[in-house]
Design a protein around this ligand. Structure first.
Ligand code: GDP
Length: 195
């Protein structure tokens, strides 16, 4: 669906660097190592569009991609690095807050959750921020291939329970495996339907 028409636009470090708010956009957020880069690459059909990066120094940028001419895809910095310096964490939290509450064309945030672990406390912080910014968010479980069928149900139930406490949550959860391709087509369809 998006292959061949997805391009990197720019990395943004401050609000005045955002591209003009001239089209709908969606963003991806998730704990570091949740599989965000891999998922974005699987979605877009490109191998190294989102750099699989576990380097805290690289986490500050909000990366903008164009989906054809119709949408922006926004890759937010991974959160929850154990060793990130506090001033850096504060800096990016502030940018994130400003972005989420100040971007009128942001239609939906996709929050990635590891299917093995479910929603963690560090995820709750971003869910609360999305609530207070009134940004609709949808949870995407990653690495489904690493979880047995019966454990999936348990994690899905935990995530559903957590989401029920968040007014900005979109109830439908998407289960994905970038490795196996599960849920990738479904997620593309969801994104394509966001106008
Ligand atoms: P990011 O920090 O959120 O961008 O995470 P990455 O995309 O770099 O992925 C972190 C690690 O998880 C890498 O070793 C990936 O190969 C692995 N990974 C990502 N997605 C999947 C998946 O669907 N299945 C499995 N088994 N491993 C995955």
């Amino acid at each position: 669906l998006f292959a061949g028409e997805v391009d990197f636009l720019k990395g943004v470090v401050a609000m005045d660097g955002l591209p003009p708010a001239d089209r709908p956009e969606i963003c991806f957020a998730g704990r570091s190592n949740v599989g965000k880069s891999t998922l974005i690459n699987a979605l877009t059909g490109r191998k190294a569009l989102a750099r699989a990066s576990n380097t805290p120094g690289r986490t500050q940028e909000i990366n903008y991609f164009t989906l054809g001419e119709s949408h922006y895809l926004v890759d937010l910095p991974g959160y929850g690095y154990a060793n990130a310096p506090l001033d850096k964490v504060r800096g990016w939290q502030q940018l994130l807050k400003q972005y989420l509450s100040g971007r009128p064309t942001l239609r939906r945030a996709f929050v990635l959750i590891d299917a093995r672990h479910g929603v963690k406390e560090v995820d709750e912080e971003i869910l609360a921020l999305l609530d207070s910014s009134a940004v609709t968010f949808q949870c995407v479980l990653t690495k489904a291939d690493k979880v047995k069928l019966k454990d999936r149900e348990r994690v899905m139930a935990q995530v559903r329970d957590r989401l029920s406490k968040h007014p900005a949550a979109f109830p439908e959860i998407v289960l994905t495996s970038s490795e196996k391709g599960d849920g990738i087509g479904e997620l593309r369809g969801i994104i394509a339907g966001i106008g």
